[in-house]
Design a protein around this ligand. Structure first.
Ligand code: SF4
Length: 306
């Protein structure tokens, strides 16, 4: 087994996983821990392999993010526009290769490096048109991003105004490690602006809490003044955005939210001090079967394998 300790930390995605289904959360954050190691027990390896699967929607979102990251890191200072123009074919080509590898089951032998698709693992019948539409969404996201005014505005920011691009970061809240991965953070006109790219169908206003956690990170890293922080959820496919501001009171409420959520997560553990979840008996399956439809742990879950 890996010697890497499984330390308790908090993130917004972890909170969402905990709220969706305790059993799924247990599989993702405890039972699959160390499964990247070839010498881990077979059950741990299997759960890790399942954890790494993506639905086609998640896969498309990942590729849209990766393409925008490529543009931000490589195309801002290219007046010819050639690098920007290469982003779409480059990304679509990568998607094609990943699709073929996933369909062939290559991820089973190497889940650490080879992406696997949920639809292939569970042999779902997805039409060729639907797969094409999935890839097309990424192409549209790249094209629309390049045509939108967010990209225009970003290009005018000097290099030292770029504070973070897709960088996993954390801050401490009363000793608790809180992780956040804002897609882009820039400094412009005395403001710290946080961007998060959204390619799903959820209304952008629903992301206020998640981006509020990024605002807490900004307060820890880049400014002491809440009034200087603006957080923007931007959907390049629809060219829609929602901007959020947070008062000092709002941020204190967010801190309370994180503390309460972390306390809830620690409650079912066998030993919260050592972040030990035991055999998972305290982590029940969700009452509702709705989250099961896209759950990568279907084949391991007691609900479906009694
Ligand atoms: S299949 Fe359903 S009940 Fe089982 S872990 Fe997944 S979401 Fe939870």
């Amino acid at each position: 087994m890996s010697a890497l300790a499984n330390e308790f930390s908090w993130s917004h995605s972890r909170h969402e996983s905990f709220q969706a289904c305790l059993k799924r959360y247990y599989f993702a954050y405890y039972a699959s821990w160390g499964g990247w190691d070839e010498n881990a027990p077979a059950r741990v390896r299997e759960l890790y392999r399942l954890k790494r699967l993506s639905t086609r929607q998640q896969w498309a979102g990942h590729h849209a993010h990766q393409a925008i990251e490529f543009l931000l890191k490589n195309a801002r200072r290219d007046p010819s526009g050639e690098i920007a123009a290469s982003a779409e074919p480059r990304q679509i080509d990568l998607m094609r290769r990943e699709f073929r590898d996933s369909r062939a089951g290559a991820y089973r032998a190497d889940p650490v490096h080879v992406p696997g698709l949920f639809e292939h693992e569970y042999q779902l019948e997805i039409s060729a048109e639907e797969w094409k539409a999935t890839v097309d969404r990424v192409a549209v996201a790249i094209r629309q991003f390049l045509a939108g005014d967010v990209w225009q505005a970003i290009q005018e920011v000097p290099d030292d105004g770029f504070l973070a691009v897709e960088r996993r970061a954390h801050f401490l809240l009363d000793g608790l490690k809180v992780y956040a991965v804002p897609d882009l953070v820039i400094r412009r006109g005395g403001q710290v602006i946080i961007y998060d790219w959204k390619t799903g169908v959820a209304p952008l206003a629903e992301h206020r809490t998640q981006l509020g956690v990024y605002a807490l990170l900004a307060l820890d890293r880049w400014t002491a003044a809440p009034g200087e922080i603006e957080a923007v959820a931007y959907n390049p496919i629809l060219d829609r955005r929602e901007a959020f501001a947070y008062s000092a009171d709002d941020l204190e409420t967010l801190r309370e939210f994180v503390r309460d959520s972390a306390d809830e997560m620690l409650f079912p553990l066998e030993n919260p001090e050592s972040n030990d979840a035991g055999d998972g008996a305290n982590f029940d399956c969700a009452d509702d079967e709705a989250p099961c439809k896209t759950c990568p742990f279907l084949r391991a879950c007691p609900r479906w394998n009694a």
